[in-house]
Write a protein that binds this ligand. Sequence first.
Ligand code: ME8
Length: 521
Amino acid sequence: MSERPRTYLTTPIYYASGEPHLGHAYTTILTDVLARFHRQNGREVLFLTGTDEHGQKIQDEAEKRGLTPIELCDTMAERFESAWDGLGISHDRFIRTTEAEHRAVVTAFVQRLWDLDQIYEGVYSGWYCVSDERYWTEKDIGEERTCQICRKPVTHVEEKNYFFKMSAYQDALVAHIEANPDWIVPEVRRNEILGFLRQPLGDLSISRPKSRVAWGIPLPFDSEHVAYVWVDALINYLTASRAIDPTADVGHQGFEDVSDSWWPADLHVIGKDILTTHAVYWPTLLMGVGLPVPKRILSHGWWVVGETKMSKSLGNVVDPLSLREEFGTDAVRWYLMREMPTGGDASYTPERFLTRYEELSNVLGNLASRVTSMIVKYRDGVVPDAPGAGLDEEIRKTLEVVRSSMASFKVHDAFAAAMDLARTANGYVEERQPWTQARDADSPGALDETLTSLTRALVVLCALFQPVTPEKMEQLATWLGISGVPTLEEAVAVDVRGRRVEKGLPLFPRVEPSWAGNSDG
Ligand code: ME8
């Protein structure tokens, strides 16, 4: 293992029953931005995403489409991978729960629970939502008998299940949350889980009879039952960490010592819809097999359309790839990161998308093209030999805000601060009036100072925007004559004097959106 500090980041694994939409793209881009930020700052990163491929929802969807479940999953896994490719996602591993390695780790995990006497056989009698693959109590479903999450009708089931003794870990979980105030971010979600844990915690059904759900991983101690899809899915994080070697002898599979692996994950990034599974089921299951729990959980809000959550089942999804075709990858990434305060909800509207695009274009893009073209015009493309300290104080303050905002996952604040620096630099142009300075042949130093200060700011901006708009910052770095995008430290320290600069084209050209003039938006 390398000596560099390491960070293991995960997204949820998305159901292979529907197309990737803007909500999935948000989580994945958010995690990508964090991954790029960590890499940029010298950390070794394992960034995991993937698809959740077992369970009744997938089984039913495949049947509806006249496909076998694996045919459906193969198609959809490819769709997600190519969507992430198109959106500049830099994941290190794409996991599919139908992979042999994952199936073996799930088998070993469940066997370990069984061996440690953490599982008993019982009968489940209650309500089930296929869409969210969740059991609900009489109280949860209310008089309308609908799922708490998707509001679709639930069905009554009564069947033999295996149960994990989750209730035994209630006190340990509460103690963990209380001792680690930042374990669940934001605080509103932490309080939600603490509230939930004020009621007695039940045991967790971890199996489904094959007679009802054949599409799953069979239990090693009863092949007539498969692992409950949520148990199967959560274990993906462990599989990818390489902590468990299911081929080793029992006692040597890694459950006793994970120090040689990526486990525990540093951060699970999830939406607020799947908080209970991640903040209650998952840590207690890990406690059940004696493994450390993930270090932190970031539970963000929902993209809504009007008042309603964007979701496939509600039929109101926005396709991030079509936005990308019109505006480019980086514009979609910028909009999603800048528009949603991490943790809160945000409403998608084409107007806001355009406003955010114009910000990129008029503030950052404009600064980049005017600075590079002035250097070409007034100094033959060579950055003058001047101190260039005109924006140093602003740069210093911005870096402070960016670092602290990123550390608390306030990505929107970090990039707002970065954009403010670009705004300030544009203001500096107006204030110094380089076109007037250029006419003053008696004191060329003033123009030199303006141009060098602006170039230094642009180099820092290039590093600051790299995690969110990587493609464009790569271009900007080339125009600025720096090889590759610098780290924040390098960007501040870089000596720009004497470097050759190219006149850049507009980074974010004007776009006439396809919806312009269309009253339906
Ligand atoms: O729940 N706004 O998969 P899923 C913001 N397979 N984020 C959204 C969103 C929206 N409108 N809609 C979806 C599952 N998301 C399980 C996860 S993990 C072990 C198993 C994002 O395909 C958000 O991250 O329903 C949410 O938690 C996730 O997609 C749910 O994806």
